[in-house]
Each structure stands twice: as structure tokens, then as C-alpha cells.
Design a protein around this ligand. Sequence first.
Ligand code: GRG
Ligand code: ZN
Length: 318
Amino acid sequence: MDLLSGELEVEKHVQYILSLEEKKDSLESVAMDYLRMNGAYWGLTTLDLLGKLGTVDRDEVISWVMQCHHESGGFAGNVGHDPHILYTLSAVQVLALFDKLDVLDIDKLSDYISGLQNEDGSFSGDIWGEVDTRFSYIAICCLSLLHQLDKINTEKAVEYIVSCQNLDGGFGCTPGGESHAGQIFCCVGALAITGCLHHINKDLLGWWLCERQVKDGGLNGRPEKLPDVCYSWWVLSSLIMIDRVHWIDKEKLAGFILDCQDKENGGISDRPNDAVDVYHTYFGVAGLSHLEYPGLKAIDPAYALPVDVINKIFFGRK
Ligand code: GRG
Ligand code: ZN
């Protein structure tokens, strides 16, 4: 590891995440109110990777998650809001972290998700119909965690994802959409979960992905853009899934992430000296976990949950 960048400030980051809950009536939190479920997933998964999930009140979180449940079977971003597939995955992931998937009405939830699949195999995010490969990933990830993949037409879902593949080896949000590391993560993740990675030209995509590393060690999301800590997750996870992670300089990337820490008040930002947020704190810590930074739990690159949580779900053991 790059010693010049210092160490991961574990305690400071734990305090930063816990303090977000106390600040929930602040202006910035109110602005984020509608996507609180995503924030809960980012914060709680980070705490788990740091080995500190025990610091939160499990029953209180589970009860709040269930208050966000909607009669349609999906989950909202907060109590009283509309359901969306984005928040539904976060809710399932939070329950998985606490080994509490048994509180779910699995049939209702899988009917909600399968009801969002379109004729061409794509998925809409909610009843309003926006289509995006993000939603294909979410549907597949969510149903797989619940052992319900047979509720959708996976063949057509895969066919749609493959139709979003570009000549540069990457993927976009719809057919013909520009390759972007975030969408690539979603498409590679969905293909990994469904056992369909053979549709990918791994050398071509691996080349595009490793070219995302810039001089200071950070990764960007597409050519000519600035590096950003969140791509340590989107790009690195994709490289791991296609077995090409050795094509980037891991030490330099770890140094970049560590340089984005607020060493005084905790939290990680998108790039050095910017303001921290829970999203980049998650992606920084998850990225360091992929880089095998000492003391962090391993995270699954496709399901975006700690490996011990995934082992429990699929093999019944921790
Ligand atoms: C469970 C980890 C997990 C994810 C759920 C929501 C989702 C599935 C995936 C989102 C994938 C995605 C599209 C990520 C990219 C987000 C991002 C940083 C977008 C910024 O794009 P631009 O164009 O920024 O604003 P650049 O970096 O290109 O300048
Ligand atoms: Zn970012």
C-alpha cells in the first residue's frame, strides 16, 4: 500500500456515518429525503465492511425499512413515498445485511419486479416506464438474492442487455447509448449473476476499463472525464468479474482513494479536497476492499454485499 497517503481512518468514518442519522433533520438530509433507502444501504454496508454493523439498532432499521414497503410489493425511498425498483434493491440489501430476508413477502415482491419487465426483455424502473440497463441489473440482482430468478424471462433479459453492448466492448443504458462505467457494472453484474459472461469480449472490455486509470491513480467513468472515487467501485468490480483486475495499478488507486478522506471529520469525497458524502464513503471503502486493504471484509463484486452475507444466502453458512 502507498504509505504516503496514510491509513484508512476507520473510526472517523464510522463516526461520520453514525452522525448522518443524528443530522437527519438538517437541510441537506431533507433534500435527500426521497432516497433515504439508498443512503441506508450505502451507510450500513460501509459499516459492515469496517466490521462495525453492531453499532446500529438493528430492529429500528428493519422496522423503518418495512414502513417503506408499498402495497404493490415494492419499496419507497422513505416512508410515504412512491415505490421504485432502485429503492427495492436497497431495501432487500439492507435486510440481507441483517439476515432478515424472512420478513419479506417474497411472492409479492417478485411479482412487483417481474411486472416491470417489458416485451423486449428490458426493465422499467417503476410504473412511469423509464427503461435503463440499471433496472435490468437491479431486477436480476434482487430476484437472485431471493432465489426467484425463474419469475422473469432471463433469456430475454440477457438478450436486451447484450443489445446494449457497443463496439468498444462497453455497455450503455439503452441500445446505442454511450459506454459508461456505471452501466458497464450493471450489465456485467447482470450477466455474471445469470451465468452469461460468455457474451462479453473480456480483453476488449478489460482494455477499455483499465484505460480509465489516470495519472494520479484514480479512475474515471469514460474517456476525457475527471477521476472519481465511485469508479473505484464501478470499474474495479467489472474488472474483477471479467478477471482482468491485474490490468490496473492497484497501489496507485488505493493511494488516490486514501487521499480523498476527510481525516479530521471522517467520510470520503469524489476527489481530493472535495466535500465528503455517504455515497463516496461507501465506494471508497468498497474499492479498498476490492484492493484487499487490510482489515476490511471482502465484498462481492456482482451483488454489492459482503461475501459472508452472500455465502449465507446461497450456501447457508457464514
Ligand atoms: C447495488 C452498487 C449497486 C448499484 C445499484 C443504481 C445502480 C444499481 C447502478 C448505477 C450505475 C451508474 C449509472 C453509475 C454511475 C453514476 C455516476 C457517477 C454518474 C455520473 O455520470 P456523469 O456523466 O459523470 O455525470 P462523469 O463521471 O461521466 O463526468
Ligand atoms: Zn462519483
